[in-house]
Structures are given as C-alpha cells and as structure tokens.
Design a protein. Sequence first.
Length: 344
Amino acid sequence: MTIFESMSTYGYGETHLVRDERVHLRAVVAIHDSRRGPALGGCRFVSYMNEEAAVTDALRLARAMTFKAALAKLPHGGGKSVILAPTVEYDRSALLARFAEFIDDLGGRYITAEDAGTGIADMELIRARTKHVVGLSAERGGSGDPSPFTALGVRRGIEACVAIALGKPSLQGVHVAVQGVGNVGYHLCKELATAGARLTCADVRDDLAKTVAAEFGAAVVSAAEIHRTECDVYAPCALGGAINDRTLPQLKCRVVAGAANNQLASEECGTVLHEKGVLYAPDYAINAGGLINVAQEVAGYDAEISRKRTLAIHGTILEIAQRSRRDNVPPQQVADAWVREILG
C-alpha cells in the first residue's frame, strides 16, 4: 500500500515526511483533522521495523487523536509525529532541535507533546524552538507528567465497564490484570489498588513489575502470559495490538479496558470480543485523560479543569457501553459513529 492509499484508508488529511541527515532525523508528522482546531498529539521516538511501519503508526495514532479529542469535547483535531530512532550514534538535542524547527514551520497546524520515547525534558528542548508544544514541567507553567491523568481516566472508565458488565458499583475485589506497568500502568495500578481492586501485573521489565508488586500487593506473571490470566478486567497498557488473532482466543476476562493506543489489531477483533460477550472500552475514549490534561496548557493550565474533564470519561464509557448493549453493536463501532456525529 502506498502512502496516499494509506492516507485514504484513514481519512486524511496531510502527512509530512521530514529528513535531515546532518542530525540523522527521519520523522513523520501526520495531521489527520483540524476542523475543530489545531491538530494535537504526541511525538513518539522509537525504533521501527521499517519506514512503512513508522508511517502506518503515525497515521493510525493521529486518527485516534482526532476521535479522542472529539469525544473529550476538546477544541482540537488529531495529529501525531513519530521520529525513527537512529541506528547510528547521534546528538539527541540537535535532532530534536531540528524537529522543533519543522514543527514551527507548520505554523501551529500541529501541536506536539510527549509520547512513547519522549518526556518533559524533550518537550522543553523543543519549546526553545517553537511555541507549538505542550507537556512542559509545572515549573515552566505546564501540566507536568500526563500519566496520572491518563490513569485516572482509565480507572473511571473501568468503573463504568464493571458497572455494566459485572453489575458491581465499585472496584472493591474486582480482579484486574494490567499489561505494562510503565508510567501510565504504574499510576493505573495505584488508582486501582486505592479503589480496592485485586491486581495481577506484567511488564517486559521485571523491575517495574516487582515495584508494583511491592507497593500495591500485585501478583506478577510474565509479559507473555498476562493476557491468559483469569480475571474480571484485562487492561492493556503497553504498545498497541495487544488484542490480536493469537491473544484473543486465550482471553479469560469479562472486560478489556486499558490505557494503550490501538489495542485492537483489527476491526474484526472488536467484533469477535463483542460476540464473545466481552465488553471492550474503545481506547481513544478511555485513555483521553492525558490529552485532556495537556490540552489545557494551550489556553492556560488549570489542574482542576483537567481533573473535572477527566472524571467525565466515566460518563462517556457508560454511554458507549449502554448504546452497544441496546443496539447490539460492538463498542468501537458505537464510539466511531458518535465521533462522526460530533464532527458532522
């Protein structure tokens, strides 16, 4: 599939390929939609199997950001950037500075933020070259680490799912298996433990899983086995594609609700989950807390507004789940249709 064919598939838009061999920069900036405002989405800095994989990742993620911003009622469209991690020795500061210059050249059509492989320090370096960036430290007037807000929203979404799928008014005693306990996964475990949930966790980094076990009393299983855990809720919080043709038949849960982007490897996976009676919380609906938080920086950061809007994710997930049950339609299709209503 060509780039233009891929853009057509995801309903684009504009896509920029950026290259500067002086600093070993290769990046993709995908602007999916800007009807509701400037495209907003993080900058991912990771290794890719090939260039096609990087483009596809950017396109899928930016589309999800459009949907996420729409359901969260934010005045933004969706965008995403991915930087292909160089395979040779390079100067990270110089590379990011050049990337920032390109973002500035876009004139505000795209606002970047942190994502996998980038952090607050990177965003502050980018801020030195462009104002079109959010996710700065609190000391710089920013919102700081968005992970706690993402986790808060996911916890509220899980509570909505549990109310519908299990008929339980709280998470007390609910067994949640968390795949990936990095920044967001760690804070989600903290939220869940505080709410009385029973935890099983896994991560490719043993030290992270052991930390969660020590702090929150979680059981630990291998990253290769976590999806097979018999539990009430399976919460994918690592990279995308956790629900795929291999893992889906092995799930032993009533709910799939986590923080990862692009959890479904294909649309068909969501349909199969629905047919199996497993309630899926569409990723871009449940994990919007981080986006909601950093978006407040554009107009002037207010943590209370961020928290209030993040807590509202409960109502969004509840509405999606109720529509799904009423109409016997998979939740991701319900959410997609709702976004189309919002975008007109």
